[in-house]
Ligand binder design. Structure first.
Ligand code: AMP
Length: 116
């Protein structure tokens, strides 16, 4: 069940600010408040979805497609494709998800270490 009081829902409702990188009809991208790399951007759909699986299963294909096209658009804007980047989405307890609104981490700007 979606928690309307999660921090990204508050950002989408403009109740708290974010350091915006890009926004369109379906998605919002902003800098992570606690960056784990020189570039650390978060991308979220503007719809109530808790995880990647929730987003894929319960959201219109047009919106899913638009969201991932926007991820690439932000990659272009950040100029990180040539040197590389890492996309991460954490899901649930085992995935270590802290904020229960589906989001993609875009990490770049330096070599990202192995998880273990
Ligand atoms: P996850 O563990 O995948 O749920 O990641 C949540 C991410 O949200 C973490 O990297 C946090 O640093 C980031 N975060 C939490 N609050 C904010 C905020 N107000 N603005 C930007 N990033 C945030």
């Amino acid at each position: 069940m979606y928690d309307e009081n999660n921090i990204f829902a508050k950002i989408l409702r403009k109740e708290i600010p974010c350091d915006k990188i890009y926004e369109d009809e379906f998605s919002l991208f902003f800098n992570d408040i606690n960056p784990q790399a020189k570039v650390h951007v978060l991308g979220i759909p503007k719809f109530p979805c808790t995880t990647f699986s929730d987003f894929i299963k319960n959201t219109d294909n047009k919106i899913v497609s638009s969201f991932f096209k926007s991820v690439q658009l932000v990659i272009n804007r950040l100029n990180i494709e040539k040197e590389g980047y890492r996309l991460i989405t954490n899901s649930g307890i085992n995935g270590g998800q802290e904020v229960p609104h589906f989001h993609i981490h875009i990490l770049a700007g330096e070599k990202i270490g192995r998880l273990r």
